[in-house]
Ligand binder design. Structure first.
Ligand code: WTA
Length: 664
């Protein structure tokens, strides 16, 4: 039975415990319904109330939603705000400066605590240093850093001076980094000498040097380097600067404060690149006010975060989850959070459970892939089983990034949550800025594998190809019917692509197209996400475009043609399978293995190791129709190892199917 079928047949229901409901921000379904009907009755009034209550405004907004130029919506535009002020200063001003903002745990287990007062000083000093290097409001700064206090400081410092950051995940290649630096027009790059992961030092600065040398980024005037390991790096005088030296210089001058740059709520806080079904990754542009509102509000609603909580989101700041639920959400509400440099399997696969016990984590948020891989390790070794650790501090668990299968959900619930912690299975996207469809821990009866119901104010629906609602129980296309504050504002530099990708004419031009398929339960109306309906793969919760991997493969001089599809995988959710035609004859045996490995390394170099195909299959050709179209449906079946049941009468070359069934 596929994971989706098992969710659809899931009948177990876990109502919220009295303990989870008591004192929760949304304490039951009545409270939830009161909020959803408030939003239905007075949509703008609802959002305006939240924005006033949740954020601190330098100048209050008067207009709420501006829909005069759809689908380019604006929220709170005449309001002035600063994200860094909201995330740091206001907590210090309220007397919480001595509270821990960050409990940082390094790869080797070293712990560093950063209070809100410390964070303010670090951010101000670094913001002043950036200003001295000529970085100003509206400039773009690329951040290519490891999970670190300095990474969060870099993001907050950009926000403080009104510079728009674009974080690039530290696992991306120099080529991917170069493309992003060029596309965003960066004036500065903040990186580290190296990053530590699982006891190993991996390069960053040398990759950054290569990325800049590849050309097109002449606008990059400063490369600021956080010294993580002290490993050897090449130095470009005049361009390269040590982060600690810049900060020490500001400290010596007593430059410990930096007036926040007050910006319009619509000012771009960041641009984050993500994969789409066509072409190069898209620069998803987020606003300041709307984004921050939802990052903060969902901390309160979805995670029910309270002042005494210790929150831990295991994502990387290179992804949206690390933006909304590390850099901005937890700080916006003045929470204490754990920030972790390393990997879940080092020095052993019980690292997460050990850290939860050590830091008394109360809210834990991770990806289903991590859970699935840790299940295998835990079941094989009692010492690293969650039951061998004191996890009694935990109150709420969450998952993000991909569907969670009911088996993994049950294991997480019983072994990590001790059978009592609600699990919030949060559906959202880089483009949505924050959670969209998710259970509420004190209100929603849980069904394993379902992300349940939309948050108040989020008008999610399932429609057919013409944009008409489909009845519950029938699968369709997931859309959001009304604009919401934390939605992406545009695709950086390509408004046409924004309109075409997210508000397609086929659906009437007004519905936000998420790119996922979904079905709602007949009785409860609960949503189950059925995976992407476009050519985007989700491998370990990371988004990859099949087109990107195909172009990486065909850029190799020995490759004539390539087609990439996904195959369900027990651990990573989906795995990348590539069908490749070489310019020379089809390789067999050991030679085939060698070339497959070469091509994997090539993809890692072109995009990053996360995009490496798991299987590569060589053929003399690809299955094509007589008009030359690659039949991807057939490739998907072949990738899964399924017997071909589809009609192949339109196929130009049916014999090719046998050849491509073979695994390398
Ligand atoms: C998938 C990550 C099922 C979905 C925050 C979406 C999920 C894509 C869930 C966005 C979930 C995310 N259940 N699928 N709870 N959460 N997805 O932009 O396909 O990296 O479109 O954002 O991940 O991935 P992105």
């Amino acid at each position: 039975m596929s994971a989706i079928e098992s969710v659809l047949q899931e009948r177990r229901i876990f109502p919220p415990s009295a303990k989870a409901s008591a004192g929760a921000a949304i304490s039951g379904m009545d409270a939830y319904k009161a909020l959803t009907s408030e939003a239905e009755r007075d949509y703008e009034g609802f959002w305006a109330r939240l924005a006033r209550e949740t954020l601190s405004w330098h100048k209050p907004f008067e207009t709420v939603l501006d829909e005069s130029n759809p689908p380019f919506y604006k929220w709170f535009e005449d309001g002035e705000i600063n994200a860094s002020y909201n995330c740091i200063d206001r907590h210090v001003e309220a007397g919480n400066g001595a509270k821990n903002a960050i409990i940082f745990e390094a790869d080797d287990g070293t712990v560093v605590n950063v209070t809100y007062q410390d964070l303010l000083q670090r951010v101000c000093r670094f913001a002043n240093a950036l200003k001295k290097r000529g970085v100003k409001k509206g400039d773009r700064v690329v951040i290519y850093m490891p999970m670190s206090i300095e990474g969060v400081v870099a993001m907050q410092a950009c926000a403080r001076i009104g510079a728009t950051h674009s974080v690039v995940f530290g696992g991306f290649s120099s080529k991917s980094l170069n493309e992003r630096l060029v596309d965003v027009g960066a004036v500065a790059l903040i990186t580290a000498d190296e990053q530590m992961r699982g006891g190993k030092a991996l390069p960053l600065k040398s990759i950054a040097d290569e990325a800049i040398a590849a050309g097109g980024c002449e606008a990059v005037k400063s490369v600021i380097v956080y010294k993580r390991t002290g490993g050897k790096t090449q130095w470009h005088e005049g361009r390269d600067l040590w982060m600690h030296e810049l900060v020490e210089h500001e400290a010596a001058q007593g430059a410990d404060s930096c007036e926040p740059e007050w910006v319009s709520a619509e000012h771009p806080l960041f641009i984050l690149y993500t994969s789409g079904s066509t072409g190069k990754p898209k620069g998803v542009q987020h606003s300041t006010g709307g984004f921050l509102l939802w990052a903060a509000q969902t901390m309160k609603w979805t995670f029910d975060a309270k002042p005494d909580d210790v929150f831990w989101c295991t994502a990387d700041i290179g992804w949206i989850t690390g933006h909304s639920y590390i850099a901005y959400g937890p700080t916006a509400i003045g929470a204490t959070q754990v920030v972790f440099e390393g990997v879940p399997t080092y020095p052993h696969a019980g690292r997460f459970w050990d850290m939860i016990a050590k830091h008394k984590v109360t809210i834990f948020y991770t990806a289903p892939t991590a859970i699935r891989s840790l299940i295998k390790a835990a079941e094989a070794d009692a010492k690293i089983h969650p039951k061998s650790f004191d996890l009694s501090s935990l109150r709420i668990l969450g998952t993000v990034g991909e569907p969670i299968n009911p088996e993994a959900w049950m294991w997480y619930h019983e072994n990590v949550g001790g059978g009592v912690c609600p699990i919030v299975d949060t559906w959202w996207q880089t483009e949505t800025g924050g959670h969209m469809i998710t259970p509420l821990p004190g209100a929603t009866p849980l069904v394993p594998g379902s992300c349940t119901l939309p948050l108040p104010g989020i008008m999610a629906a399932v429609v057919d190809e013409t944009g008409q609602d489909v009845p519950n129980g029938q699968g369709g296309i997931l859309v959001i019917k009304r604009p919401w504050p934390s939605a992406l504002r545009t695709v950086w530099g390509d408004p046409g692509r924004y309109k075409k990708s997210y508000f397609p004419e086929e659906l009437g031009g007004a519905l936000y197209l998420a790119g996922d398929g979904a079905v709602r339960d007949k009785e409860t109306g609960y949503f189950t996400i059925m995976g992407r309906i476009d050519d985007v793969l989700n491998v370990s919760g990371h988004r990859l475009g099949t087109m990107e991997i195909e172009s990486a493969l065909v850029s190799n001089p020995i490759v004539a043609e390539a087609a990439v599809v996904g195959r369900p995988d027990d651990t990573t959710g989906e795995a990348v399978v590539a069908f490749v035609v070489l310019k020379r004859s089809r390789p067999e045996g050991e030679e085939g293995k060698r070339i497959a490995n070469e091509l994997r390394a090539w993809v890692a170099k072109e995009i990053g190791p996360i995009a490496k195909p798991k299987d590569i299959r060589f053929g003399d050709n690809l299955p094509k129709t007589r008009s030359g179209k690659i039949m991807r449906r057939l490739l998907r079946s072949l990738a899964k190892g399924e017997a071909i049941t589809q009609d192949v009468s339109t196929l130009e070359n049916p014999a090719i199917l046998d050849q491509l069934g073979e695994v390398r």
